[in-house]
Write a protein that binds this ligand. Sequence first.
Ligand code: GLN
Length: 200
Amino acid sequence: MRVGVLALQGDIQAHEAVLERLGCRAREVRRAHDLDDLHGVVLPGGESTTMWHFLRRTQLDEALRCFLRSGGAAFGTCAGAILLAREVRNPDGRGLDGIDIGIERNGYGRQTESRVIDAATDDPEAPSIEAVLIRAPRIVRVGSAVRVRAHLHEEPVWVESGRVIATTFHPELTHDTRVHRRFLDLARDFAEACMAPDTQ
Ligand code: GLN
């Protein structure tokens, strides 16, 4: 199984460090061909407007859309979640359509309102997860096929659909590796599907 981290801008190394701790050396994705033969890609937090600029310039936007359509696993944190969304607000636009959600940039307010808070998960064995929110976007709509894995005051902060995960918080900045482990499971699932294409 091969995974990568989109390495245009943002907290790339924090994700690489978590994946490394989980036994996975990630490839840095800077150009469209870096996605070739990957099974999963992490889209880190950062500044989504800057990331869009680089994505378009390198044509990685189209390559990522293709990767997502082919069933590749993806995990976007914060700005990465904005990139993966179907609709974006503030300003209004469209994301890569990797997951059927609507997301509002800076939906929890400005930098001064960034905080660390416990979110409630859907796992009775581990019912809370530490959520680091940094100028976080707010998920304002979830499609019917989207599963809410964690929420904060009834608002989703960790969502999944198919092999795509979006979190509005930064699990790579805590010691909790749950979301990254889930991402690796989804990437492994895609790797297995690639080896048995007839059963897809
Ligand atoms: N507010 C940033 C954006 O709109 C996201 C912040 C983050 O990734 N921590 O892109």
